[in-house]
Write a protein that binds this ligand. Structure first.
Ligand code: ZN
Length: 285
């Protein structure tokens, strides 16, 4: 019993030491941590930074970024962040920016879309650029610059990791090129998260839902008709959507349902699955 208590004590102490030690190691940072909106973006920031700097996402995996409201506890946690790395065109960020910044006035707001060729104008700018390997490379390079500015003592670490990540994205780009070379076509998706993949690799995205806007039954009907006319082979479906409705649309369009998690914590795996699916090889391992 006593022994177990001792172990618990050492575990707690070790955790405390790791946390405080980590903060001290990021010497130039008064506070320790970077916050982003989505788990997919946290993935990239996290890979670029040493373990001593904590990276957190505001919107939990599987939650809809068009409707999500942060918990009060999340706003409190922001006070330990040195920066908020924003995607830029995400409606969640536009809606919450003022409150996020006022809960942590010393935190720096970094808009990473300044480093990326973004599709769309004004309010209709598309936020999902991390999903196309080509735009994702621009994003990672932008993150490298911004994070190096924030944490100059970690500059070597950040540039080594950025190079590795860029290499993986170059490979992913070739995978996409080969995939669409085999079968260039239109695809159907529920949430319009694949705009950049469509633009960069010459495909047509047909989306059931519009970003942040309620779509009319008529426009859904038109999309379904167009998908049928184009003989779409694939229907990409994101987590959290009405299964029954998805089933009906799949049946009507002839698109085979493929579940993807574009905003979740493993965007590289998501890109790989999309490439394999477009090549008609998603059944393989
Ligand atoms: Zn989205």
């Amino acid at each position: 019993m006593r022994k177990r208590k001792n172990i618990a004590y050492w575990v707690v102490l070790a955790v405390v030491l790791v946390i405080t030690g980590g903060c001290r190691r990021a010497a130039e940072a008064k506070k320790c941590g970077v916050t982003v909106s989505l788990p997919a973006v946290a993935y990239f920031v996290d890979r670029l930074l040493p373990d001593s700097i904590e990276v957190g996402a505001m919107i939990p995996p599987g939650d809809n970024h068009d409707t999500y409201s942060p918990q009060p506890s999340q706003l409190v946690r922001l006070t330990s962040s040195v920066a908020y790395v924003a995607l830029g065109p995400l409606e969640f960020e536009t809606t919450w920016r003022e409150r996020i910044v006022s809960s942590a006035p010393e935190m720096k707001w970094i808009d990473i879309s300044n480093h990326v060729d973004v599709i769309g104008e004004g309010e209709s700018r598309d936020p999902h650029y991390w999903l196309s390997p080509r735009r994702c490379r621009q994003m990672v390079e932008g993150m490298r610059k911004e994070l190096t500015g924030l944490f100059p003592s970690a500059a070597d670490y950040i540039s080594t990791e950025a190079r590795k990540l860029d290499g993986e994205l170059v490979t992913m780009d070739s995978l996409m090129v080969v995939a669409v070379g085999e079968r260039a076509e239109a695809f159907l998706t529920y949430h319009p998260s694949l705009t950049y993949i469509a633009a960069d690799y010459g495909l047509e995205q047909l989306a059931i839902e519009s970003e942040g806007i309620a779509v009319s039954a008529n426009s859904v009907r038109e999309t379904i008709d167009r998908a049928r006319e184009k003989k779409v082979g694939v229907f990409f479906v994101q987590a959290g959507y009405d299964e029954a409705r998805v089933g009906v649309i799949a049946e009507e369009t002839g698109g085979r349902i493929v579940k993807i998690d574009p905003e979740g914590s493993d965007p590289m795996e998501c890109m790989r699955l999309i490439a394999r699916t477009l090549a008609g090889r998603d059944g393989d391992d």
